[in-house]
Design a protein around this ligand. Structure first.
Ligand code: HEC
Ligand code: HEC
Length: 366
């Protein structure tokens, strides 16, 4: 991509948007080699992240992305920034079931935690964006969230002298367009890596030990559900690892599933994107890292506590035509005891990484 001109700040599948404004964005030249290259520090037990070649990480790009992430001028009435709905204490999600946008209206889904996004390959609950850069085109234009057009956003940012310097440092010229804005934000978000939870410190860094209850919760998390006397292969476990295993690194399989929240769907989830009946009620499996911080839970924030979540799975969930085959016991449930449920919750809390949410590098620089 080096030296290539990317037309009009438009990106592949993002060209046709309801507002029709995205392609009127101004056009900045791509100047290869701008900024100071950064080698992302990847924890030793993680796979290589998805780093697009046409958006290399630079010190200046990351710093700019952080400023833009916390920039309220990206919303029409200067009321909200990305950080309004993705704040550190909630693992960069929101603590309300639905988030309040710039005019006080509510989003239709629960805000998502921004953790280890560099390893994700689809974005939003329904996976409608396939890259982080593409994902970032949406919130600024979303009429409930920030309600701007890209040309307006670029002009506003471009008129600010501090940003002129920051864009020059990151991209070689003070020119601002949607590609540069979303590239910088994506660079920043890719640095938000959580790898020092108690679980990691026990299992990867050998610094601490899990308590007996936490260890038992992990064992249940990794065990097959079902009574072995009735179901071949059953281990009386929680059956969580099928979807949230991710090698005990990512705690998601990056797939879409119907985990039995409803029998009748008010939100079609993945089917909104694919149009397939078989995708109705399927949603992206969220990571469980920092799950203690990102309450309430599920795409509609329906559960307030981790106990409620685990009890949902324990009940077997609601049956429907698209219920995931890995939700094996919709009728009889998992049969976990209250102690089992407590232990699983205690294990889930070992995935909390306070160093991550307290990391000043991710906080509001304004
Ligand atoms: C008014 C609240 C609000 C604002 C402002 C907002 N978001 Fe979000 N964000 C959400 C909601 C809600 C979702 C889930 C929407 C969906 O799935 O349909 C989401 C999803 C995301 C995701 C997808 C995460 C994943 O795991 O797939 C990313 C990344 C993200 N937002 C980043 C941003 C950035 C960067 C900004 C600023 C440009 C921003 N958001 C502004 C509420 C908000
Ligand atoms: C069939 C796959 C599957 C299985 C099995 C499964 N989950 Fe999930 N989990 C999901 C999906 C998909 C979601 C998001 C569903 C939604 O919001 O519609 C989810 C959501 C969650 C959430 C809320 C995450 C958030 O950010 O809101 C938690 C916590 C959770 N699961 C824990 C568990 C535990 C603990 C187990 C085992 C007892 C388990 N899951 C078993 C697929 C699964």
């Amino acid at each position: 991509m080096a030296g290539a001109l990317i037309l009009g700040g438009c990106r592949d599948d993002d060209d046709q948007t309801p507002d029709g404004n995205s392609c009127e964005d101004n056009l900045c030249e791509v100047i290869p080699g701008s900024g100071t290259a950064v080698d992302l520090e990847v924890p030793y037990f993680f796979a290589e992240p998805n780093l697009p070649q046409n958006n290399p990480l630079t010190e200046e790009g990351i710093a700019l992305g952080r400023h833009l992430f916390w920039e309220k001028a990206l919303s029409r009435n200067n009321a909200v920034s990305c950080g309004t709905c993705h704040f550190p204490e909630a693992s960069f999600s929101d603590s309300s079931p639905f988030s309040t946008g710039l005019y006080g209206d509510q989003t239709s889904r629960n805000s998502m935690a921004l953790v280890n996004m560099g390893w994700s390959n689809s974005f939003f609950w329904d996976g409608r964006a396939s890259t982080l850069e593409n994902q970032l085109f949406e919130p600024v234009r979303n009429p409930i969230e920030m309600d701007m057009t890209w040309p307006e956003a670029s002009e506003r940012i471009g008129n600010d002298s501090t940003y002129q310097e920051m864009f020059t440092a990151a991209f070689g010229t003070p020119c601002v367009d949607s590609i540069r804005i979303t590239n910088a934000m994506a660079q920043f978000i890719r640095t938000m890596i959580s790898h020092r939870s108690k679980f990691d410190r026990a299992y990867r860094y050998g610094e601490v030990q899990l308590s007996p209850s936490e260890q038992r919760g992990l064992d249940l998390f990794l065990a097959e559900g079902g009574d072995p006397e009735i179901y071949p292969g059953g281990q009386n476990g929680g059956d969580c690892f099928h979807c949230h295993g991710g090698g005990l690194i990512e705690f998601t399989d990056h797939q879409f599933h119907n985990n039995g929240l409803d029998s009748v769907f008010t939100d079609l989830g993945r089917a909104d994107v694919t149009g397939f009946a078989l995708d109705e009620g399927l949603f992206k499996t969220p990571t469980l890292r920092n799950i203690e911080f990102s309450a309430p839970y599920m795409h509609d924030g329906r559960f307030e506590t981790l106990h409620e979540v685990v009890e949902h799975y324990n009940s077997g969930g609601h049956n429907s035509a698209t219920l995931d085959p890995l939700m094996k016991f919709p009728d009889e449930g998992l049969g976990l005891s209250p102690q089992d449920v407590d232990d699983i919750v205690n294990f889930l809390k070992t995935l909390s990484d306070t160093e991550f949410i307290e990391n000043p590098d991710f906080h509001d620089p304004h």
